[in-house]
Design a protein around this ligand. Structure first.
Ligand code: WTA
Length: 644
C-alpha cells in the first residue's frame, strides 16, 4: 500500500491545507477513498457545535479491524505488525506478523462472543503492555464491542468508578504486569474494584507474571483456555477466520476516561470511521512514515497516545509498530537506546518527561549504542522545553532527524498541530502549524478572536472553529457534560483548555492548561480529583491543589491541606494522605509536596483564590496581586512563611 495522500513538500502542505478549509467534505472524502468500506457514505459531514452534533461519513459501513488487518494480508501478511520488546531484555522478543495478528484477533472475537459479548457492549481492559492487549482491543472492535482501556497505574477505586460509569459487563485483565523491578498485581486490583459491583459478569485473565491470583467461580476464566477453545471452533481447513461485524461510521469504537477541571473523569467517546481516518492520516503525514520503517511509540496503551499511535494509526497504515512493556530506566537508563539499536528503529515518538529524565543521566547511557537508523523523532503530551528539545536533537537525532512536536488531546483523537517531519519547518518548543482540516483560533476570555495588529505574536485560549474527523462525539452517558465542558465556554467553538501563542507566520506554541487540569509527567490529572481524594482522609478538613514547575515531570503537584486533628508526627500524616490518594486515584496522582496550613486564601463568597496558591507554589512570593478581596489576608503570610 502506498499513501497517495502523503504530503511531500511545503507547497503541497499549503495546497492540502487550503483545500481542506475551502472544501472540507471533498478533501476528507478523497482521503476516505483509500480505506476498505462495506458501503460508502451518504454524507461526508453533518455538524453543529451547539448540541454538539458531529457526524462524519454518515451511512457508511465498515469494520476498523478490516482496515487495520485484513486489507494488508494479501500483500503484507508476513510483515511484522507488532514487535514486542519485553520488560526484561533477556526475555524473548515477539514478532507478530499481520497474519498472526489476524489469527489472534479473530480468536479474541470468538472468545468474546462465546462469553456473551455483543455489539455495543462495554469491555473494560486493564492489562500490561503485552501483545494480548492489542489483540483484546482489536478483538472488541472486530465484534463491535466498545473497549474502555484503563491505565495499569489506576487504583481499584478509579476502576470501580469507570466500570460503573460505562456499565461494563466484561473485563479483560492480566494476573500481573512487569514494570521494571516491580510486578503490579492487576487481577488483585480488579478483584478489589469489583467489590459491590453489580454489572460485571466475566473477567478474562491472561497469564503474564504467574503471580498467585484468586479466580472466582462462575465469573473469572483464563484467557489461554478460552483462546484455545475459540481457535478450535473457528478453524476451517487450517485457516482461522472470524467475520467482522458491520459497523456504522458513527458507531462508537471506544471510550477512554480522561480528567477535566471538575468532577470525576469523563468517558470520551470516539467513533469508527472518523477516528480511523484521522489517526491514519496524521500518522502517515506527521511522521512521514515510509513503508517498511520500524516505528516506536513509547507510550502506554492505557492513554490515548497508545490507542492512536501504537494501535490504530500505524496498523491501519500497514506499518510496523514496536510495543515496549518496560520503563525507560530498567535495567538501566540506556534502555530506549538499546531498543533503537536492536530493532533498528526509524521513528521514535516519546514524551518530554522521558527525555528530561534520561537527560539527567547524561550521555553515558548512549555510549556504544548505534542510533543511526533513526530518521524522525517525535514529542507528545506536554510542552517540550528548549533544553530538552536541543538535547533530543543533538544526542539522539544527531542533528539529522526532524523533531515533530505534536499537540493534541484525548478528545481530539489525533494530532491537530504539528510540523510534518522533513516537510514543514520545525521550531524548538513550538508545535508549529495545524494539520489539514484543523482550524485553530485564539480567543480572549470573552471568546473574542485575538487578532494581531501588526506582525506580532499573540496569546489566547486555543479553540477550534470546525470539526475534524477525530473530534470527540460525546462523553459516555452524559452528552450535556460534553457540551458544557468543550462547547459552551465560547460560542460555536471547541475549547481545548490550553493556552497558546501564535506568531506572525502562523505557528502555534502551546503554553499549557489554562483550566484546573495538571499535566504531570504527561499525565492529565484534575486538581479537583486530587483534592477530593485528599479530603477522603479522616484527618483532613479541606485542601487545595495546584501545579508548580517540576524539572522532570513538567508539573509537580502541590497540596495545601487543613487538618482537623494534628497528630504528633506530621510526616506520618503526610504518608497516610499519600496512601489515601494512591488508593482513591493511583500513585500517579500523589502530591509531590504537602503543606499543612491553618486556612486557605478565600474570597468573602468562599471561593479559594488559587492564583495566589499557584504563585506561592511557584516560589513567586512578591507579586501576589490584589489580596484585598480576601476574607483573612493573614493566612497568606503564614502560607508564604511555611512554604516547602
Ligand atoms: C498537553 C495527550 C504542549 C496539553 C496526547 C493537552 C501538549 C493535554 C502537547 C492533553 C504538546 C499534549 N505541547 N502540550 N505537543 N501534547 N499536550 O488528553 O495540555 O493525555 O491539553 O492527550 O496535554 O493530554 P491527553
Amino acid at each position: 500500500m502506498s499513501y497517495s495522500y502523503q504530503i511531500q513538500s511545503l507547497e503541497q502542505y499549503k495546497e492540502a491545507y487550503k483545500q481542506s478549509i475551502e472544501q472540507p467534505e471533498a478533501f476528507w472524502a478523497s482521503i476516505a477513498e483509500h480505506f476498505a468500506w462495506r458501503k460508502k457514505w451518504d454524507k461526508v459531514l453533518n455538524w453543529n457545535f451547539k448540541e454538539p452534533k458531529v457526524e462524519w461519513f454518515k451511512g457508511a459501513k465498515l469494520n476498523v479491524t478490516e482496515n487495520c488487518i485484513d486489507r494488508h494480508l494479501a500483500t503484507d501478511g508476513e510483515k511484522p505488525a507488532l514487535i514486542w520488546e519485553p520488560n526484561n531484555p533477556e526475555e524473548r522478543v515477539r514478532i507478530v506478523t499481520y497474519n498472526r495478528l489476524h489469527k489472534r484477533v479473530c480468536q479474541v472475537a470468538q472468545m468474546l462472543k462465546n462469553n456473551g459479548v455483543k455489539k455495543g457492549d462495554r469491555v473494560c481492559i486493564y492489562m500490561g503492555m503485552v501483545p494480548e492487549l492489542a489483540y483484546a482491543i482489536l478483538g472488541c472492535a472486530r465484534i463491535g464491542a466498545i473497549h474502555s482501556v484503563i491505565f495499569g497505574g489506576f487504583s481499584a477505586q478509579s476502576i470501580a468508578d469507570r466500570l460503573e460509569d460505562a456499565k461494563a459487563e466484561f473485563i479483560i485483565t492480566c494476573d500481573g504486569a512487569y514494570r521494571g523491578e516491580k510486578i503490579i498485581p492487576l487481577k488483585s486490583v480488579i478483584d478489589d474494584a469489583l467489590i459491590g459491583n453489580k454489572t460485571v459478569k466475566r473477567v478474562i485473565v491472561y497469564t503474564r507474571t504467574r503471580i498467585p491470583v484468586s479466580m472466582i467461580k462462575g465469573r473469572d476464566i483464563w484467557w489461554e483456555d478460552e483462546m484455545e477453545h475459540a481457535e478450535q471452533q473457528i478453524e476451517k481447513n487450517g485457516k482461522i477466520h472470524f467475520e467482522a461485524e458491520e459497523m456504522d461510521a458513527e458507531d462508537p469504537l471506544f471510550i477512554l476516561y480522561t480528567s477535566g477541571s471538575t468532577g470525576k473523569p469523563k468517558g470520551v467517546v470516539h467513533t469508527c470511521a472518523g477516528y480511523m481516518i484521522f489517526t491514519n492520516y496524521t500518522f502517515v503525514n506527521v511522521f512521514n512514515y515510509q513503508q517498511g520503517q520500524i516505528y516506536f511509540c513509547t507510550a502506554d496503551i492505557g492513554w490515548v497516545t497508545g490507542h492512536s499511535y501504537i494501535v490504530y494509526g500505524p496498523l491501519s497504515a500497514g506499518a510496523t509498530s514496536l510495543m515496549f512493556e518496560g520503563i525507560p530506566t530498567y535495567p538501566d537508563a540506556g534502555r530506549f537506546w538499546d531498543i533503537v539499536d536492536k530493532h533498528k528503529v526509524n521513528i521514535l515518538y516519546t514524551a518530554p518527561t522521558a527525555i528530561r529524565s534520561l537527560m539527567g543521566f547524561g550521555t553515558k547511557p548512549l555510549e556504544g549504542k548505534n542510533l543511526s537508523s533513526l530518521k524522525v523523532l517525535g514529542s507528545v503530551g506536554e510542552p517540550i522545553n528548549e533544553e530538552a528539545w536541543h538535547w533530543y536533537n543533538e544526542n539522539i537525532g544527531k542533528k539529522k532527524c526532524p523533531i515533530v512536536d505534536t499537540w493534541w488531546q484525548t478528545e481530539t483523537a489525533g494530532i491537530l498541530i504539528s510540523n510534518l517531519a522533513g516537510i514543514t519547518p520545525s521550531k524548538p518548543s513550538w508545535a508549529t502549524l495545524p494539520m489539514p482540516g484543523v482550524q485553530p483560533v485564539l480567543v480572549d476570555e470573552n471568546g473574542k478572536e485575538v487578532i494581531p495588529t501588526n506582525n506580532e505574536t499573540i496569546a489566547g485560549n486555543l479553540c477550534m472553529k470546525a470539526p475534524w474527523p477525530g473530534i470527540i462525539r460525546t462523553t459516555y452517558g452524559d452528552h450535556e457534560r460534553c457540551r458544557t465542558n468543550y462547547f459552551a465556554t465560547y460560542e460555536e467553538l471547541y475549547f481545548s483548555g490550553d493556552g497558546a501563542l501564535k506568531d506572525a507566520e502562523g505557528n502555534y506554541r502551546i503554553t499549557g492548561r489554562v483550566d484546573d487540569v495538571l499535566n504531570v509527567s504527561g499525565h492529565r490529572i484534575g486538581t479537583a480529583e486530587v483534592e477530593n481524594a485528599i479530603n477522603m482522609h479522616t484527618d483532613v478538613v479541606e485542601s487545595a491543589v495546584v501545579g508548580y514547575p517540576h524539572n522532570i515531570k513538567g508539573q509537580g503537584i502541590y497540596a495545601y491541606v487543613i487538618l482537623g486533628k494534628h497528630n504528633a508526627d506530621d510526616e506520618l500524616t503526610k504518608k497516610h494522605i499519600l496512601e489515601t490518594v494512591s488508593k482513591i486515584i493511583g500513585a500517579i496522582a500523589k502530591p509531590d509536596k504537602i503543606q499543612f496550613v491553618r486556612g486557605l486564601p478565600k474570597t468573602r463568597s468562599g471561593k479559594i483564590m488559587r492564583r495566589i496558591l499557584r504563585k506561592i507554589a511557584e516560589g513567586e512570593l512578591e507579586n501576589l496581586g490584589d489580596t484585598s478581596a480576601l476574607l483573612d489576608p493573614s493566612v497568606v503570610d503564614e502560607i508564604k512563611n511555611n512554604r516547602l
